[in-house]
Design a protein around this ligand. Structure first.
Ligand code: NAD
Length: 497
């Protein structure tokens, strides 16, 4: 009997990918070994050496072709995401669309890997910066975005001239195989082998080897804060670079003059979407006391009606959690919340019944105690639990929002520009998160901006804006085109001084 997926060290050499909606296996995947890891690494190193020599705009054409091929596979790949990790079909397809969007972005970027020029203090000298390919980049991905997180890293890394070594979660190996196969085939058919590489293995055998590997200058790792603390320390010890995208504990603040319809919709999608399994899921709602009751009642009513079921059924809004361990964590968090004075207003239980043989739970709202500590709300329980707090003034609400270890996504719903500007204060005294939304929920980032968070979220930035720079190395160049040797800072050095 093979071990179920998610067990950390399957001894059979095969991992089973389960359908979380049924709990039954979809397929088995052979795990990489030390020897096959070495093989993949040598291909990635050789691939890098060829790929770095290809002009960046030509690399962009390869990425363009990959984006086109992903467009052809948008629906089946999105459905595979839904089947393997349980997010609803629309979100599975949306995730693949995100990879297509970042591919489009990367194509343009391939002609815009700009360096600066700066005036030299010395006559007949010129200074400039150039950006050079970095090397094979290790990409470690979490289960909950089994396609797009690779896309953010791989599409940018590829136009920057890097080869990629993707180590996906063992909870989503099938999406990784399908996605990488598309990119690898397109690149190979265009004459570029060894750019897109995949290793699927346990954290002990493959994960640890990758993060310790001095031949891999950058490790981009997405997952829990616990994983990031370990990966960050290991890579720092060898003076490698990391790009860490870790857990969130995201809050929405609702001011008394907010548009309550907008606040309701933003909170509902943010808290319930992807069954609470997004890094940007809304986990805390901080509502002004004058409207707390109204908004809470509206949310509770909507939660009662939410359709839970097969993620591939188009009428479903909430699919399953990824595995039974997640269900246990959900139930444990609810018990702790109750012991700490929280009041369960809706949900709080497992959902079973016809067609619900997998890991289903009911989205849950818990009212936080009016005062005193509520430590469970400081944790990221990767499940649909929303804690509701109330407040009297905005400074207090912002302090509550910032009072967690993570710093990924934040939002405010407000009518007054004074409140929104207080939240976005240029002095940095507002939201302390990497993402700040006004009259939008915490979830659903666009690819054009840099994505990531502060504090225990790890500080990394992926996707748009200037995130590409992390996949390259910067070289500052100074050229003397005169005939005398001049030192900087006017230093005279030599026999005549
Ligand atoms: P996880 O930390 O359990 O695993 C993430 C990845 O790290 C997996 O591929 C896993 O195999 C790998 N890993 C773990 N230990 C390793 C080791 N010693 N060496 C190398 N690799 C190792 O996280 P998960 O349960 O898959 O995903 C959920 C978490 O990811 C949540 O905390 C969520 O907030 C976070 N997440 C963050 C972002 C973001 O952009 N900030 C995006 C998606 C998910």
């Amino acid at each position: 009997m093979l071990e179920p997926v998610g067990d950390e060290t399957p001894e059979t050499g095969v991992v089973l990918s389960d359908n979380p909606a049924t709990g039954r296996p979809i397929a088995g995947v052979r795990l990489d070994t030390e020897a096959s890891y070495e093989q993949v690494l040598s291909e990635a190193i050789a691939g890098f050496d060829r790929w770095r020599r290809v002009p960046a705009p030509v690399r962009g054409q390869v990425v363009r072709a990959i984006g086109e091929e992903l467009r052809r596979y948008l629906v089946p790949l999105g459905e595979l995401v839904a089947l393997e990790v349980g997010k609803i079909r629309a979100e599975g397809i949306g995730e693949v669309q995100e990879t297509i969007d970042i591919a489009d972005f990367a194509v343009g970027l391939s002609r815009q890997l700009y360096g600066k020029t700066m005036p030299s203090e010395r006559p007949e000298h010129r200074m400039l910066e150039q950006w050079l390919p970095l090397g094979p980049v290790g990409v470690i991905t979490a289960f909950n975005f089994p396609n797009a997180v690779w896309g953010w890293n791989a599409m940018l890394g590829a136009v920057c001239g890097d080869s990629l070594i993707w180590k996906p979660s063992l909870l989503a190996p099938l999406t990784a195989i399908a996605t990488n196969a598309i990119a690898e085939r397109v690149a190979r058919e265009m004459g570029h082998e060894g750019v897109f590489n995949l290793v699927i293995g346990t954290d002990d055998v493959v994960g640890e080897r990758l993060i310790h590997d001095g031949r891999v200058p950058l490790i981009s790792a997405t997952g829990s804060c616990r994983m990031g603390r370990h990966v960050g320390a290991v890579v720092a010890r060898r003076l490698g670079r990391t790009l860490l995208e870790l857990g969130g504990n995201n809050a929405i603040i609702v001011e008394p003059d907010a548009d309550l319809d907008l606040a309701f919709e933003g909170t509902f999608f943010g808290a319930v979407g992807t069954a609470g399994q997004r890094c940007t899921t809304t986990r805390r709602l901080i509502v002004h006391e004058s409207i707390a009751e109204t908004l809470t009642e509206r949310l509770v009513e909507a939660y009662k009606d939410v359709k839970i079921g097969d993620p591939l059924d188009r009428s479903t809004l909430v699919g399953p959690l990824i595995n039974s361990r997640s269900v246990d964590q959900f139930l444990r968090a609810i018990e702790q919340a109750k012991q700490q004075g929280g009041e369960v207003l809706v949900g709080g239980e497992r959902v079973t019944g016809d067609g619900l043989g997998g890991h289903f739970v009911r989205p849950t709202i818990i009212r936080a105690p009016a005062s005193g500590p509520f430590p469970i709300s400081h944790e990221e329980t990767f499940a649909p639990i929303l804690y509701i707090f109330s407040y009297r003034d905005l400074d207090e609400a912002i302090a509550m929002q910032n009072d967690v270890d993570q710093g990924l996504s934040s939002a405010i719903f407000a009518g007054s520009v004074r409140a929104t500007e207080r939240f976005l204060s240029p002095a940095g005294t507002g939201s302390d998160c990497g993402l700040a939304y006004v009259n939008l929920g915490t979830s659903g980032a666009e690819i054009g901006g840099a994505f990531g968070g502060e504090k225990d979220t790890g500080g990394g930035r992926e996707s748009g804006s200037d995130a590409w720079r992390q996949y390259m190395r910067r070289q500052t160049v100074t050229i003397n085109h005169g005939s005398s040797m001049r030192l900087a800072q006017g230093i005279e050095f030599g026999a005549s001084s």
